[in-house]
Design a binder for this molecule. Structure first.
Ligand code: CAA
Length: 240
């Protein structure tokens, strides 16, 4: 029987590419999403991948949502914590709400999904958790104290949970994407983005599939010795 993978924020952008890649690798995939029903329907129509609507920043909703995935597809073996938002702005203009929402969803979502899925992985002695961090969690970014803090937190969360999962066959790793061609990056003002792309040695934005390849590597059946690591996929923009 194939292993079950849940990808948060899985119906669009990097998340969708991860869903498709894991499905191609033989996983039974469930996509979580929070708001865009049309994208969820499109994913289902194109790939057959079912989606489960819940807010990863809401602890109870995560527990309930993951229970529904288990009921529909079986025990969850793989979690890819990909869901994330930006609320960019310099600190002096950033509201508490902009800070809190980014922490609640981007970092809190990792905790909530792990609380829902890690105990079962531990009992079954196999699991893969992949957390999507960011180059901006490694290097910081002007106008992103909230996002950089949350993503940096994800990298610490990964290393701590990796230590707890190791003797139970549960690996926990992170990927730190650079600037990828998605709706999130498209929202960066054009002149700002031009300056950023000019600093990427590879000379272009990344593709969502280039992140999905990294996730597939970390989720492999024989990937048990890779844990607590961060894979940077950023076109050489930050060598860390
Ligand atoms: N370093 C130093 N100064 C900078 C700067 C930087 N990187 N970026 C902007 N500034 C300066 C500007 O030059 C300007 O200075 P002057 O007034 O002296 O000319 C000043 O800061 C104000 O800049 P803006 O006009 O851009 O200010 P704003 O308030 O309109 O916007 C902002 C600020 C929202 C942060 C905007 O600059 C922005 O959106 N920046 C992009 C942030 C970014 O990269 N977000 C990534 C989103 S994608 C993502 O997060 C995915 C991932 O994981 C990689």
């Amino acid at each position: 029987m194939s292993r079950v993978a849940v990808v948060t924020g899985g119906t669009r952008g990097i998340g969708r590419a991860i869903c498709e890649r894991l499905q191609a690798d033989g996983f039974t995939v469930a996509a979580n999403y929070a708001g865009n029903d049309a994208a969820a329907d499109q994913l289902k129509a194109d790939t057959g991948i079912p989606s489960f609507k819940f807010d990863v920043g809401d602890h109870e909703a995560c527990l309930e949502g993951c229970a529904k995935v288990v009921e529909a597809l079986g025990p969850i073996d793989v979690v890819v914590n990909n869901a994330g938002i930006t609320r960019d702005g310099t600190l002096h203009k950033m509201s508490y709400d902009d800070w809190h929402e980014v922490m609640r969803i981007n970092l809190g979502g990792c905790f909530n999904m792990a609380k829902a899925c890690f105990p079962g992985m531990r009992e079954r002695k196999w699991g893969r958790i992949v957390n999507i961090g960011s180059i901006n969690g490694q290097a910081g970014q002007y106008g992103q104290v909230n996002y950089a803090a949350a993503k940096s937190g994800i990298h610490g969360f990964t290393k701590a949970l990796a230590q707890e999962g190791a003797k139970f066959g549960v690996t926990v790793n992170a990927i730190a994407p650079g600037y990828i061609d998605t709706d999130m990056v498209a929202a960066v003002p054009e002149p700002v983005l031009e300056k950023i792309v000019a600093k990427i040695p590879v000379g272009r934005l990344g593709e969502a599939q280039e992140i999905a390849r990294g996730v597939a590597f970390l989720c492999a059946e024989n990937g048990g010795f890779v844990t607590g690591s961060t894979m940077s996929i950023n076109g050489g923009q930050h060598m860390y």
